[in-house]
Design a binder for this molecule. Structure first.
Ligand code: SAM
Length: 179
């Protein structure tokens, strides 16, 4: 076999591996969750995570939660800021991934991921509540938070807003609401 044929085979092999990995990723993190739970996954960007932390003013011992915690990025940031941080996540692949990231970050015992549907959880114990959810979800969440949150709870929402609550402050794409 001459050099040209080997090069073409190597390139084709590389492309096959690349697209297989890409499609497996897309299937498990996007397609399957959409079909089974109607839940999409997109990561909050670094600047917005920083803005969420600034606005939240987390104090040591605050109990914090990310509703739909994805790969655990926000849960990890909240735990690093001193909170006892929880993530409620419905997608088992993201639960597995975020638990791995928490272990790698040395945050076992400070950050916890629970494989749960946040609609079925009582949110009354949390001081800080974060979320990055679509508009129609925000509308229903507003009612749930109204019913369950304690007075003074800080709610941070990336990009999408509540239909009735007025934000107390905003920074970039993040809004702060106080119950
Ligand atoms: C846009 S992603 C945000 C991920 C993460 N909070 C972030 O900002 O990087 C929304 C996440 O909410 C999860 N989710 C959607 N509905 C849910 C539900 N009812 N209970 C728990 N998790 C849910 C999805 O699986 C997805 O990981």
């Amino acid at each position: 076999m001459d050099f040209g044929v080997i090069s073409v085979l190597l390139i084709l092999g590389f492309l096959a591996v690349y697209f297989t990995v890409y499609f497996v990723y897309a299937f498990f993190y996007v397609v399957l969750p959409m079909i089974y739970w109607g839940a999409f996954f997109a990561k909050t960007d670094d600047v917005s995570v920083e803005n969420m932390m600034k606005l939240a003013e987390i104090k040591s011992g605050d109990i914090a939660v990310d509703l739909g915690s994805g790969d655990g990025k926000i849960v990890i940031a909240m735990a690093k800021a001193g909170a006892i941080a929880y993530g409620l996540e419905i997608n088992p692949f993201l639960v597995w991934l975020s638990k791995r990231k928490i272990k790698k970050a040395g945050l076992l015992g400070k950050a916890f991921i629970l494989q749960k549907d946040f609609w079925k959880e009582d949110l009354s114990k949390y001081d800080v509540i974060m979320m990055f959810q679509l508009s129609h979800v925000m509308a229903s969440l507003e009612k749930k938070l109204d019913r369950e949150l304690k007075p003074g709870a800080r709610v941070l929402a990336k990009y999408f807003v509540f239909p009735n609550w007025k934000a107390k402050e905003n920074l970039g794409m993040v809004n702060l609401y106080i119950k």
